[in-house]
Ligand binder design. Sequence first.
Ligand code: HEC
Length: 101
Amino acid sequence: MASEGRLVWQSYNCQACHQLYSLGGYLGPDLTNVISTPNKGANLVRAMIKSGTKQMPAFSLSDHEMSLLIEFLKSTDASGIADIRHFRLNKYGLIEANEKR
Ligand code: HEC
């Protein structure tokens, strides 16, 4: 169930490095729509968690926790498209939002 999946998301602190709906940590990418992104989806989520990368630690989730987490990410995906804004410094040294990619 998605609400239990949210607890898995919280207990492993994914949000320290990832955003949902553009909110969260900025080391890793926003995961709101990772499930429906071409060439990503649940298989990428499983692989990233199991193996990690140089920048992302691996986590040992039980199969049950893994499927709850994926249910949760399916629910964020179904809730809409995250408005992921990008920021840059302008010539005055002020931060401006770019248009969406
Ligand atoms: C310490 C920071 C950190 C934590 C904690 C973390 N991640 Fe990541 N994650 C990253 C980084 C950085 C990347 C980009 C990986 C790379 O390019 O090497 C990433 C990439 C990913 C990707 C691939 C996304 C894409 O669009 O390519 C998924 C899926 C993912 N993480 C899921 C999770 C989940 C689920 C959790 C919690 C169980 C989690 N991460 C916890 C840092 C983190």
